[in-house]
Design a protein around this ligand. Structure first.
Ligand code: Z5A
Length: 212
């Protein structure tokens, strides 16, 4: 690698945990401290595959459950060349949801096991840091009603939370649990501290492969 690489930082969490709010603030904070950073989000609804996923989430189309799982994964793989290019250029990527959401949401459906769900994402660029924004269903409810999209029900979100808890037992991933019930600024402080650490460490480490 010609220059020191950027860090791959992922924010995960259930609905309304504040992922998007915090991703934006983190990118700004990194940039202001002189560290190049950009935000990405999954699903990326701008690609052809992303548009199929978006129609599914908006209940405008139906897709078989295995099929949509593989589309979510394909939507990540199609962006891997771009992600690697940016990281190699020294740009840190702050990513709103990644493979962990893919596994948690599909494995919360009947008939799916964690291993089957992880398989298509094995070998993706491995995040240097994954922060789980932890928020109870009661606290999430205070942030407003669920939206209109598929998966936005309290029963399903509880099942998803349990799957995230299983995934967080994996010591091969650098998980940090963040108390997302704090104020926006306090959550931001926690996230920034963990991220600065990850950015400094990533400079001298090769990019890993997820779940390999
Ligand atoms: N999905 C999947 O099935 N498979 C996959 O592989 C992937 C995803 C990648 C994508 O939704 C859906 O696709 C998602 C998972 C599934 N389905 N669900 N549910 P999305 O990414 O388009 O949208 P989202 O991730 O569901 O967004 P969100 O969860 O609704 O929001 P958020 O990003 O976590 O939160 P926010 O937008 O930053 O904040 C929500 C509100 O809370 C807003 O009014 C804020 O002002 C407020 N907020 C934020 N922080 C605070 C604090 N600290 N205090 C008080 N209020 C706050």
């Amino acid at each position: 690698m010609a220059c020191k690489r950027g860090a791959l930082i992922v924010l995960e969490g259930v609905d309304k945990a504040g992922k998007t709010t915090q991703c934006k603030k983190l990118v700004q904070a990194l940039q202001q401290s002189g560290r190049p950073a950009e935000m990405m989000r999954f699903p990326d609804r701008s690609t052809t595959i992303g548009q199929l996923i978006s129609a599914y989430l908006e209940n405008k189309s139906d897709l078989e459950d295995h099929t949509v799982h593989l589309l979510f994964s394909a939507n990540r793989w199609e962006l891997v060349p771009l992600m690697k290019r940016k990281l190699e250029q020294g740009i840190s990527l702050v990513v709103d949801r990644y493979a962990f959401s893919g596994v948690a949401f599909t494995s919360a459906k009947p008939g799916f096991c964690l291993d089957w769900c992880k398989n298509p994402d094995v070998g993706l660029p491995k995040p240097d840091l994954v922060m789980f924004l932890n928020l109870s269903p009661a606290e999430a409810a205070l942030r407003g009603q669920f939206g209109e999209e598929r998966y936005e029900t309290s029963v399903f979100q509880r099942a998803v939370q349990q799957k995230f808890e299983q995934l967080m037992k994996d010591p091969s991933v650098n998980w940090q649990v963040i108390d997302a019930a704090q104020s926006v600024d306090d959550v931001h402080k926690d996230i920034t501290n963990h991220s600065l650490n990850a950015v400094n460490k990533a400079l001298n480490l090769p990019l890993g492969e997820l779940w390999k």
